[in-house]
Design a protein around this ligand. Structure first.
Ligand code: ADP
Ligand code: ZN
Ligand code: ZN
Length: 816
């Protein structure tokens, strides 16, 4: 047997949008270290990447490069995760590389950072170098290698590439490519008593040494207190308890009372607290829901809890979680991103203490890596946004999907465009985990699954305790519109209601689904309109920053003082965003405090929480906000919740617009009267007869479901049917058009009238690219689905083979 026949190869997933995995040969000395799921260092097009070993094989048809090195001692991705990735890749039209890129925290993806090294054969003194070149060469001969950043520092300027290029051309230096691990464990400094003082349990001599300084005495007292409660005392804990700075503690080190040492610590904010609050008693209704869920699990079915806002769904989840904890199992609690900033995490923490890890996109990299590793080691409860479906679960036995209807479970950009609710259900199946979904306004998808007996249903129709459902009222804007006092936002009845609410010392919450000052600006003389140069949309006026902004591509420009086309100075603002509403409130209620919560004022978690805190502390009388206010606000002093313009919710060009409107209006209304206080909800609308308005008023989910299902079925939409949406993007309209035609023709040959389009979408151009879209409507049959997905994949490959279609982007969105 020749040595060659033992040669092994590895297929490696690289964190890039490449369609394929790449094969590398495994050098004999690395064979024993390489297993599936481990990270390796591999070259691709003159760069180095960390990839994940996907498959190991004994033959390769291609010429392969060798793997450079093995990065991990143990796999960082389990085989079960790779199976999950394969499913996601196939179902949602994403490559394994795109999924890896999305799934892994960037702390686990290595980057190549350029370093330069000196070529040892040169005697730099013998060469004619410029001053700068000499400086670099000299530094290199002393320090062996430098990063670009270090060279910039040495030369004290940003542009160093010309000098480097010259040195490279003259072969004085060369480039060293090296992978650096981005993740660095966090360390902390601790203090302990020196050997000599340790023996004295009363610390008599130590106190004697510091008796002249009250501050140092405080430190010693604080230390004595802390060491009784915990094994180790960090400098930070000591300084904050004694209320001194680090210098005071150093003085005790100098007196040889303390010695310091460093140790890596976890970034996870795990409380050491071990006892947990006892769970309150379940109500009769909650107990029934619990039994129904458990009966569903026995049948191997997910359970959907349809519980009105405030019915205490969380209490039922908590009971299910407690049972899994007792068995030592892992639990995933999936929530929409924004809900994670709210009280719910605090509430779960108080119930389950240290065992909860929270995973979402606003954590920093290092924190994400630590959570990743902790889940791999078996951490018990993970509360997370959609990306938490990618964590390396070991023993997942329960998945809770709260607010299951929420549109933010669907990832839009970039690929994989997955729905985390659906992915979590697949994940649960792989792990043999139970599933419970919950919502006050279940999605039609989940409710249809109940109707088809795929899920079981459990209903909580009453709010917990003495809290009652708010009364909902309608303000018809049609007569109000003719009223002189109507300013376009606030009708007279709404102003009166706000006034009355605040006179009772209660607060007002206003909802408007549009941020910025006003959504359009135009010239009354020549008809000029403020439009984005990259997208076919109006620019939104932001008054505070004196800017026009595109909410699609984020382009910003200065607010023009006069019409750029004809020079007229009076430009007209049309429509109302949250910023303008906040301003108008001040004219109506000059003595009240108003604030707003939207993407502009609450960009970070901290800003968001600060505004909510001020509202909770009643420092704000009127809070106006976008979607962000529909979740997480659970305060007891809200007397009035108003929706300023319900009609704008129906106008979206989306087949789910009505469903979203029903959900939003119900959720917004759910903010009112949570704590046994009477409160009201007012909805301003020009279309009081709209069925959604009526169904919201009556809180009639059953009628909503029946009517909406009928419409969806009639027009061949989900949930009865499946959709795949395809977009073709290109810089030139003609090419986008032709490529779309070509793609449609190929697909249509195989699937006939299931294909609709191609068509020009309502926004034809975004970020400088023209768009053509088409839609596939198909029956809900897994075999048909699989066939059609393959047809689409083949058709895309065929279109991409034509030379001038190379630069087109084709985006496939499954279950949009
Ligand atoms: P939902 O998530 O269904 O909107 P929550 O779980 O937020 O409802 O519950 C509403 C309120 O009722 C919360 O303040 C919660 O603490 C309280 N609550 C619910 N169930 C119970 C119970 N069994 N015992 C005590 N308080 C409860
Ligand atoms: Zn003009
Ligand atoms: Zn734009």
């Amino acid at each position: 047997m020749s040595i060659d026949s033992q040669q092994k190869y590895a297929d490696v997933i690289l964190p890039l949008a490449l369609p394929e995995v790449y094969s590398y040969s495994i050098p004999p000395e690395l064979v024993s270290q390489i297993t599936i799921g481990i990270r390796v260092e591999v070259p691709l097009r003159n760069k180095l990447y960390s990839g994940i070993v996907y498959k190991i094989r004994s033959e390769s048809t291609l010429k392969t490069k060798p793997i450079r090195s093995v990065i991990d001692a143990f796999p960082i991705v389990t085989e079960l995760q790779l199976t999950f990735w394969e499913w996601m890749s196939d179902y949602y039209f994403a490559s394994l590389g795109e999924i890896m890129h999305n799934a892994l925290p960037s702390g686990l993806k290595l980057e190549s950072e350029t370093k330069v090294i000196i070529n040892p054969e040169f005697d730099i003194d013998a060469l004619h170098l410029s001053d700068d070149e000499y400086l670099v060469a000299e530094a290199l001969s002393i320090r062996n290698e430098l990063t670009i950043a270090q060279i910039q520092e040495i030369l004290q300027r940003k542009t160093v590439y010309p000098i480097l290029k010259k040195l490279l051309d003259d072969q004085i230096i060369s480039i060293k490519e090296e992978l650096i691990e981005k993740f660095k464990p966090k360390t902390a400094t601790f203090v302990q008593l020196t050997e000599w003082h340790k023996e004295d349990s009363n610390l008599t001599s130590a106190f004697g040494l510091v008796s002249k300084s009250t501050k140092q005495t405080d430190v010693l007292l604080a230390f004595a207190q802390l060491i009784r409660q915990q094994k180790e005392v960090s400098i930070n804990d000591l300084a904050s308890l004694a209320k001194v700075d680090a210098a005071t503690i150093k003085a005790l080190v100098k007196k040889e009372i303390f010695v310091t040492y460093q140790r890596t610590v976890s970034r996870l904010n795990l409380d050491e607290k071990s006892e947990i609050d006892a769970l309150p008693q379940l109500t009769v209704a909650q107990n029934t829901a619990l039994l129904q869920a458990e009966a569903a699990f026995v049948d191997g079915k997910p359970c959907l809890i349809h519980g009105v806002t405030g019915s205490g769904k969380t209490r039922v989840y908590a009971e299910l979680i407690k049972k899994e904890m007792a068995l030592g199992n892992q639990v995933l609690y999936l929530l929409p991103e924004i809900a994670l900033t709210s009280h719910i995490v605090e509430r779960l923490k108080s119930l389950f203490s240290a065992e909860i890890l929270v995973y979402h996109s606003r954590l920093n990299n290092q924190e994400r890596v630590e959570i990743w590793n902790a889940v791999g080691r078996g951490a018990k409860i993970i509360v997370g946004a959609r990306s938490s479906v990618f964590l390396p679960y070991q023993n997942l036995k329960l998945v809770v999907i709260d607010e299951e209807h929420d549109p933010s479970f669907k990832q839009q950009e970039p690929a994989p465009r997955y729905n985390a609710r659906d992915a979590a259900i697949f994940l649960a199946k792989m792990h043999g985990a139970k599933v419970v979904l919950g919502s006050a306004t279940p999605s039609l998808e989940s409710m249809l699954n109940v109707a088809n007996q795929k899920y079981t249903l459990s209903v909580l129709s009453e709010r917990y305790g003495d809290a009652t459902m708010p009364s909902i009222g309608i303000i018809d804007l049609r007569p109000a519109y003719k009223d002189q006092r109507f300013d376009g936002i606030f009708s007279a009845p709404l102003i009166d209601a706000m006034q009355a609410t605040m006179e009772e010392g209660k607060q007002v919450l206003l909802f408007q689904n549009r941020r910025g000052y006003s959504p359009s600006l135009h010239c009354p003389m020549c008809g000029w309109k403020a439009e984005c140069v990259n997208c076919d949309v109006h620019l939104t006026l932001h008054k505070l920053s004196q800017e026009l902004r595109c909410h699609y591509c984020n382009t910003r420009s200065k607010l023009p003082r006069q019409c750029p086309a004809c020079g007229t100075v009076e430009l007209v603002e049309q429509g109302f965003g949250t910023e303008r509403i906040e301003e108008v409130i001040k004219t109506h209620f000059p003595n009240k405090t108003a604030a707003r919560i939207d993407l502009d004022t609450a960009k970070t978690k901290l800003q968001f929480e600060k505004i909510l805190y001020e509202f909770e502390e009643r420092n704000i009388d009127i809070l106006v906000g976008t979607q962000m206010i529909t979740k997480g606000i659970d305060f007891d002093n809200i007397g009035l919740v108003a929706v300023l313009n319900a009609d704008s919710l129906f106008r979206f060009p989306d087949f789910r617009a009505n469903e979203r409107a029903f959900q939003l209006l119900t959720q917004v209304g759910g903010r009112a009267g949570r704590r046994g206080m009477s409160s009201q909800v007012l909805i301003q609308t020009f279309t009081p007869d709209h069925p959604i308005i009526k169904e919201t008023l009556d809180q009639d989910y059953a009628s909503f479901f029946k009517r909406e299902m009928y419409e969806r079925q009639k027009f061949i939409y989900p949930p009865t049917f499946r959709l795949i949406h395809i977009e073709v993007h290109h810089k030139y309209k003609e090419i986008a058009h032709e490529a779309a035609q070509m793609l449609a023709k190929i697909i249509q040959k195989h699937i006939g009238n299931r294909l609709v389009g191609p068509a020009v979408p309502s926004i034809e151009r975004i970020r400088g690219l023209y768009i053509r879209s088409m839609m596939i409507k198909m029956e809900k049959n897994p075999v048909v689905g699989k066939k059609i997905r393959q047809i689409i994949k083949d058709a895309i490959a065929e279109v991409k083979r034509y030379p001038n279609t190379k630069a087109i982007r084709i985006i496939v969105d499954v279950d949009p």
